[in-house]
Design a binder for this molecule. Structure first.
Ligand code: GLC
Length: 518
């Protein structure tokens, strides 16, 4: 808490590290914990406040680590517990916070809990997962679909029952209605808090307590193939059940035992569903992720409207947050193009609320083509020839222009990135990296940008402009979403431009974003 009552995560910026693709130090082509430590300078130089590391726990890697077989260990591919302890220290020495991923909705099918549960209907761990008899004709208990394609149920022949998996077969859903599950998972959280982590990003929280009557999900009329296989049904009964919030509150209580560590929740949903996770007494997640900038069309009026709706929907005292990309969604520079990616970065870093930057977006990384024989993502592998899947956004960070782009001396687990590497961008005053470093420095130096209020100034088909105010300081932000010049709808002394230099008064150049001191 600083002198104005703002905890670090309200002023701060979160940087997501996807460990498999950050830095390899062993030559096996997969990033590791020592690699993260080696590259902390890059993170600190960028000017962010916290890193969130995607899962580093023991895992058969059926879903790139989101299938966990031991909630309190370290996956040997990534290193050892000693490496982790050294990393925690190094992160803190850099003045940064460390958030881990916590994946409560499902374990791996290799977790000893599931191995026991599947062994017999009478096993004491049986009820730690969600089992049901087949329907009379042998089909799965209901119509729910796996997010990665196919039914959300797999038959365990030995015991004659199906188990639920909202994701891959290797990710059986844990039964959070069982108090023993809750106690075991909260103990896992405590172990990591004791080891010094400053919080968690909580994975797939919308799936914590699927309907216990297992009612069929209704079909969706507006479904398009690109939405993904599971989206052909509304998730009325499988997701966002009110009981899930009770669990989130209990998780928060555990975080409070350690002086209010941070919980950021991942729960894709409608606005009211996302807002639910703050908790009516702000006793849920401090930050339920707000993914609208990922989902919304790249249109200034639509975005301006959403900002107003989101701000208005926040419970009293709740803190906003914004996200442009992550390891599951197309790269922003691919969605909107290189020029608009700078405008997008300026939007992310000047809105009111905590921003999360996905590793590589500070470089303008793009989706890469992945040859079929290199696909890793179960979503892609289960849906061959469809172009679905998340590997294109997960390729390694290009650190330099040497072999393996400085990421690995071995064969990388995914193809290398075509983006200009860090070392080259760092020496180029016109690069995306230099721009984002300047933008973050500006955000840090202006309380109006970190903790100030937000007011919409202008939104039409081409330009979004808003003011951020703190005390008697006003910062105006004007963003040109088009590749044509546009009139500048607000005043002030230019402080930062996406274009590096400043042009004539009264105009925004094509694809230009401007921060002005008013
Ligand atoms: C979350 C993760 C995603 C993972 C899924 C299942 O959405 O971000 O990568 O596949 O949960 O754990």
């Amino acid at each position: 808490m600083d002198d104005k009552g703002f905890v670090w995560w309200k002023r701060g910026i979160v940087y997501q590290i996807y460990p498999r693709s950050f830095q390899d130090t062993t030559g096996n082509g997969i990033g590791d914990l020592n690699g993260i430590r080696k590259r902390l300078g890059h993170v600190a130089d960028l000017g962010v406040d916290a890193i969130w590391i995607s899962p580093i726990y023991p895992s058969p890697m059926k879903d790139a680590g989101y299938d966990i077989s031991d909630y309190t260990g370290i996956e040997p591919i990534f290193g050892t517990l000693a490496d982790f302890e050294t990393l925690v220290q190094a992160v803190h020495d850099h003045g940064l916070k460390l958030l881990l991923d916590f994946v409560p909705s499902h374990s791996s099918d290799r977790h000893p809990w599931f191995q026991a549960a599947r062994s017999s209907r009478d096993d004491p761990k049986r009820d730690w997962y969600i089992w049901r008899d087949p329907r009379a004709d042998g089909r799965p208990p209901n119509n729910w679909l796996s997010e990665f394609g196919g039914p959300a149920w797999t038959l365990n022949e030995a015991t004659g029952q199906y188990y639920l998996h909202i994701y891959a077969r290797g990710q059986p859903a844990l039964n959070w209605r069982n108090p023993e599950v809750r106690a075991a998972m909260y103990d896992a959280m405590r172990i990591w808090f004791e080891r010094g982590v400053d919080g968690f990003r909580v994975d797939a929280a919308e799936h914590l307590t699927p309907d216990d009557q297992l009612r069929d999900n209704p079909p969706r009329k507006d479904w398009k193939f690109e939405d993904g296989p599971a989206q052909s049904l509304h998730r009325t009964y499988s997701s966002h059940q009110p009981e899930g919030l009770k669990i989130v509150r209990e998780m928060r209580a555990v975080a409070e035992e350690y002086g209010g560590r941070l919980l950021i929740g991942e729960a894709y949903g409608e606005l009211d569903e996302v807002m639910m996770y703050y908790g009516t007494a702000l006793d849920g997640f401090q930050l339920p992720f707000n993914f609208k900038l990922i989902e919304a069309p790249w249109d200034p009026s639509a975005i301006a409207d959403y900002i107003d709706i989101y701000e208005a929907a926040l419970p009293e005292g709740a803190w906003p947050n914004w996200v442009l990309g992550n390891h599951d969604r197309n790269r922003i520079a691919t969605r909107v193009g290189a020029a608009q990616a700078r405008v997008a970065a300026m939007l992310l870093l000047t809105l009111r609320g905590t921003p999360t930057i996905f590793q590589g977006d500070e470089l303008g990384m793009v989706n890469e083509m992945i040859p079929e024989d290199m696909l890793q993502d179960p979503w892609a592998i289960n849906n061959p020839g469809t172009g679905l899947g998340r590997d294109p956004v997960r390729v390694p960070i290009p650190w330099d222009d040497g072999p393996g782009t400085g990421f690995t001396t071995g064969t990388p687990w995914l193809p290398l990135s075509s983006t200009t590497p860090v070392t080259v961008q760092a020496n180029d005053p016109g690069s995306m990296l230099t721009f984002q470093r300047g933008l973050i420095a500006m955000r840090r130096s202006e309380p109006a940008l970190t903790i100030g209020g937000y007011t919409r100034l202008h939104a039409d088909a081409g330009v979004l402009a808003y003011a951020r105010r703190h005390g008697d300081r006003t910062i105006n932000v004007a963003l040109n979403f088009t590749d044509r010049p546009q009139p500048l709808p607000c005043n002030g002394t230019p402080l930062v431009s996406t274009h590096g230099d400043f042009a004539a008064d009264g105009e925004l150049r094509p694809d230009e974003g401007l921060i002005l001191g008013a």
